[in-house]
Design a protein around this ligand. Structure first.
Ligand SMILES: Cc1cc2nc3c(=O)[nH]c(=O)nc-3n(C[C@H](O)[C@H](O)[C@H](O)COP(=O)(O)OP(=O)(O)OC[C@H]3O[C@@H](n4cnc5c(N)ncnc54)[C@H](O)[C@@H]3O)c2cc1C
Length: 269
């Protein structure tokens, strides 16, 4: 559902692997983690920041709508196209070349297409990890765009708190590349512009590279499964755990009641 002239130009720019137009191959990019299903005009898969810049510039100049997509695990229809068949998905899934670990600074500079599980399996052998933990396996670009929280929020904070710098492609006719990367931990050189792009879901630009804070892997982990007598006991329990465990306390998560219809299905198994 896209003018052949545009498809040919984008193919010329990104090569065979960079453009997906077959309906079957596009399926995974059109369907979200839980709810969404749309129709893409094309799926573009640039490999570098420069390719993202050229792609964005072309689309802006020709008034073509882009939907940035990383791991496609978002739950609010932000990463999938609508049903018009006119939107182009720009996937970052091939942006996985750069992975530069700085052990002394305990920081990691990497391309935006890495999955969280890949990052952590590469860091594990150094006794390190990226401390945002959640039930999905997103890509780091999407985690920055959504400022993922996750279950260890209490101890390590959100993605915003663990980001030292980013590189962004702006949605303008030049596809301007904004280099806001830095390994600095205390940076008081002026306005912290990267915060405009973290947690704003691609509204102001596409994140293509980042520098992250990483943490030492805990040597021991213990989990307690508690069943409070009532909702009123939950917050005092949290305060008591914080008081007694101090810096060792990393997560406090609730499990909601199983709806009665599902519970009866489970009992029959
Ligand atoms: C089982 C499950 C558990 C979850 N648990 C949590 C949780 O605990 N905490 C939490 O915060 N979220 C949670 N989520 C939601 C989701 O996983 C996170 O929001 C995740 O960070 C999204 O990352 P993604 O790579 O999948 O991004 P996508 O879903 O691909 O994209 C999300 C949004 O960001 C935009 N975007 C993607 N990449 C870029 C980019 N490089 N530059 C600019 N914009 C971009 C997209 O257009 C879209 O609007 C959960 C989801 C599931 C399915």
């Amino acid at each position: 559902m896209i003018d052949e002239r545009h498809r040919a130009a984008l193919l010329d720019m990104l090569g065979d692997k960079g453009v997906v137009s077959d309906g079957g191959d596009m399926a995974g990019y059109q369907t979200g983690a839980r709810y969404d299903a749309g129709i893409a005009a094309l799926v573009l898969r640039p490999r570098t920041t420069e390719e993202v810049s050229q792609t964005v510039a072309y689309c802006v100049r020709h008034d073509l709508t882009i939907v940035p997509q990383s791991g496609n695990t978002g739950l609010v229809s932000g990463s999938t196209p609508d049903t018009s068949g006119k939107q182009i998905v720009l996937s970052l899934d091939r942006m996985t070349d750069r992975f530069d670990l700085d052990l002394d600074n305990r920081s990691l500079r990497l391309d935006a297409g890495f999955r969280l599980s890949d990052i952590n399996s590469r860091l594990e052998k150094h006794g390190l990890f990226f401390p945002i933990d959640l039930g999905a396996d997103p890509r780091i670009g999407g985690m920055l765009a959504t400022n993922t929280g996750g279950s260890r929020f209490l101890k390590y904070g959100d993605v915003r708190r663990n980001t030292l710098g980013i590189k962004v492609v702006l949605a303008d006719e030049a596809g301007t590349i904004l280099d806001l990367t830095s390994e600095l931990r205390k940076n008081n050189t002026g306005i912290d512009w990267k915060q405009v792009f973290i947690g704003t879901s691609g509204a102001f630009g596409i994140i293509t590279e980042c520098v992250l804070n990483i943490e030492p892997l805990p040597k021991q982990v213990a989990t307690a499964y508690l069943v409070p007598a009532s909702g009123a006991h939950v917050m005092p329990l949290l305060r008591a755990m914080e008081d007694r465990l101090g810096a060792y306390f990393s997560a406090f998560e609730g499990i909601s009641k199983i709806p009665s219809r599902r519970r009866s299905t489970m009992c029959h198994r």
